[in-house]
Design a protein around this ligand. Structure first.
Ligand code: PRX
Length: 690
């Protein structure tokens, strides 16, 4: 079965033919009509890459799906395990019809991911290698830590956390910007077996409180303020409000450890609750720079990360230790063709999964040197990224299409005035990258020299699922290309029937992979219904996808009620609930619309409470309601006043029609005769530009 899948993956003739065909592609012998679409790695690049040809990939891929136990055991053996895993290596029930969904990898093994990131690399002679280059918001403000220094700092914090009562399995919420203290805090939790839950520091007090109430942490870690571009954000004030709200809900936090980020705000100016609030710098230095490791079960929880779904409150995605470790390390190594001499920079924030798997764990497990950037990519000017690339000699640069598109608009001269000679591999994540942005990234940023790894994956998958392996095969701008080792993507139709060959449909995955999430915190039922019930037997990703005649996968965006704004996942239900919390808003319906830079923008239709007139002030206060409840990044781009919403006779809002109105595709409204009141459509169109 697995083998058949490998063959169908590329939708090429089975057996040798398929290989020959891919080989033909890589040798430039593709059909003339396809040539324009194919971008080949240079021979030199391929020769030196970990996976240098389709043959090599197929050989490894075949083994990974025919013998997952053997394939992943070999990779896992490169890490330190206090105790080895049981013979079985993995067990899974992926089929809801057969009972509870359960995924386990390396069961019985005991390990520690912090030990594998730090101590193991130090023991192999890399103690003096730079682990983190930190670049502050202001050019010229920078610092670095070697692996030895990073370990010392992690141990001091770990000792402190133990001292204030944090034990294996306890949650710790981290609400920090991109200071070095953020990965330090994650690693310190991992060292003592505590479960970190990083909350992106752009989330509002309400969102933070919601997450604190859900996971009941022993400690909250934050800083007083941060500079982002020319703005200062007072994070401690946000935490204060969140802690007040969680206390009102019965969750009282005893310790709020606060880093004094003195480049943004002095200690003396910070509001303080004596007893609860502790300055990091006052206490941590007193602790020893060594700290025993807490060995944890491979299936022991490593972290929770909340993410948006199509309905209800955010979901606490739970990742465990062993499988996640092996998966993030190997995906990092292969998808970026990582070599020990590389300098790696990922622009993502550790508040999202990318910052977990590919700022912190994946790179450090490989002993890499990572650039961590506090600031905004357009500050003090739009050349900042390339300034940083040149300053640290960055060789692997991983970012989001939204940043590529925003820099592309500024003109090539802001890029070409920097050398960028050090760049070797580029990466993209978070949303589909449109071919024109891909080409600009490739030609202008990478001087047509650097392969682009367009990595498709999700918070839930832990690591890359569909991704180019640079050097292994030609790329097609806008396609994430082929599945990573061990990943069996399938495209299904509405009925859940697998479609072969060239097709479009819903993207699912067959069988587990080590980095898969194991549950939604406190709600295994929701885990099963959201991801495993729509198409029984498969994991359903929520994404639409097509596969072309060469077997390349093309992600087409979410098919559920999730909007992807600048690579940030936002549930329409969350935005709607924030809008209707406004006392003058009666009803809200939110849809995504195409946005030139952000990928998608948020378009909100609102009906007001009877008798309330619509005004610009009201519009602003509706936007403010969303900023306050979720965060500035979820602010609607457009509020569309709607005296009524198009509903079916049973009261269901017809979002299909709203999407067409929002994108002004008025000749594609389709049949509106089934609406309870078809005249609302004309009313909405008339009010579109109010
Ligand atoms: O729609 C897909 C899109 O981002 C979603 C996952 O969002 P999140 O869990 O926040 O993780 C983002 C970082 C991994 C997916 O369901 N997405 C992510 N990467 C790509 C993508 N869409 C197309 N191409 C990608 N490379």
């Amino acid at each position: 079965n697995h083998l058949r899948h490998v063959e169908s993956m590329a939708h090429l003739p089975s057996g040798a033919g398929r290989i020959t065909r891919l080989n033909a592609l890589i040798l430039g012998e593709a059909l003339a009509s396809e040539e324009d679409d194919l971008v080949f790695p240079s021979e030199d690049f391929s020769r030196h890459s970990h996976v240098s040809s389709p043959h090599k990939y197929l050989e490894m891929y075949r083994r990974s799906v025919q013998d997952p136990a053997g394939f992943w055991s070999d990779i896992a053996s490169e890490f330190y395990w206090r105790e080895k895993w049981s013979q079985q290596v993995y067990s899974e029930n992926f089929d809801i019809r057969k009972g509870k969904i359960k995924i386990e990898w390396f069961k019985g093994g005991m390990t520690n991911i912090c030990y594998n990131c730090l101590d193991r690399n130090i023991e192999s002679g890399n103690g003096d290698k730079i682990a983190i280059y930190w670049e502050g918001n202001e050019p010229g403000l920078d610092t670095s830590l070697t692996y030895n220094q990073l370990l010392a700092r992690v141990c001091q914090l770990a000792n402190y956390l133990k001292d204030v009562g944090v034990r294996k399995g306890d949650a710790v919420v981290i609400y920090l910007p991109m200071l070095m203290e953020l990965p330090i805090a994650m690693l310190a939790c991992a060292r003592i077996g505590a479960v970190h839950s990083v909350v992106f520091a752009g989330f509002s007090a309400e969102s933070l409180a919601q997450r604190i109430i859900d996971c009941r942490p022993k400690v909250v870690i934050t800083c007083n303020a941060v500079r982002r571009g020319s703005k200062i954000i007072y994070l401690k004030d946000i935490v204060d409000s969140a802690l007040l709200e969680s206390a009102e809900n019965g969750i009282v936090i005893d310790v709020c450890l606060t880093w004094e980020n003195d480049s943004a705000m002095k200690k003396e100016m910070t509001k303080w609750m004596k007893g609860r609030d502790i300055w990091w710098q006052d206490v941590i230095l007193k602790y020893p720079v060594t700290c025993d490791v807490e060995w944890v079960d491979a299936e022991g929880p490593l972290f929770l990360l909340y993410t948006s779904g199509s309905t209800g409150k955010p979901k606490g995605v739970m990742h465990t230790t062993g499988g996640y470790m092996v998966y993030t390390a190997s995906t990092f190594k292969y998808a970026f063709d990582y070599k020990s001499t590389d300098i790696y920079w990922c622009t993502a924030d550790c508040g999202w999964i990318t910052g977990h798997s590919y700022v912190t764990y994946g790179p450090l497990l490989n002993g890499a040197t990572v650039v961590v950037f506090e600031g905004a990519p357009s500050y003090p000017d739009v050349g900042r990224c390339w300034d940083i690339v040149d300053k640290y000699k960055v060789s692997i640069f991983y970012t989001a299409p939204t940043l590529v598109r925003s820099l592309m608009r500024e003109g090539d001269e802001h890029v070409s005035r920097y050398s960028r000679k050090s760049l070797r591999v580029l990466g993209s994540v978070g949303e589909p990258i449109n071919p024109s942005a891909w080409r600009w990234f490739f030609n202008v940023v990478g001087d047509a020299r650097c392969p682009i790894s367009d990595t498709w994956w999700q918070t839930e998958t832990g690591g890359f699922m569909i991704t180019p392996l640079p050097g292994a095969w030609p790329q097609k701008p806008g396609s994430a290309t082929f599945p990573f080792f061990g990943v069996q993507p399938v495209i299904v139709d509405e009925k859940g029937v697998e479609i072969e060959g060239e097709c479009s449909g819903y993207l699912c995955v067959k069988g587990s992979w080590p980095g898969a999430f194991r549950t939604l915190y406190g709600d295994h039922r929701r885990y099963e219904t959201t991801y495993f019930s729509a198409f029984p037997g498969y994991y359903f990703s929520g994404d639409g996808c097509s596969r072309d005649k060469d077997g390349y996968y093309w992600l087409t965006g979410r098919v559920d009620d999730v909007i992807n704004v600048s690579g940030h996942r936002i549930g329409t239900a969350e935005v709607e609930s924030a809008l209707v919390s406004h006392p003058q808003c009666a009803e809200a319906a939110v849809v995504g619309v195409e946005h030139e830079v952000k990928g998608q923008g948020i378009y909100a239709f609102v009906t007001l409470v009877e008798g309330v007139p619509y005004s610009d002030d009201l519009r602003k206060s509706l936007v403010m309601a969303v900023r306050n409840q979720i965060g500035a990044f979820a602010a609607p781009d457009k509020i569309h006043w709607a005296p009524g919403l198009p509903k079916t006779r049973s009261g269901k809002i017809m979002r299909r029609i709203l999407r067409k109105i929002a994108s002004r595709q008025l000749d594609e409204l389709g049949d509106t005769s089934t609406l309870a009141d078809p005249t609302v459509v004309d009313q909405l169109i008339a009010l579109a530009d109010c």
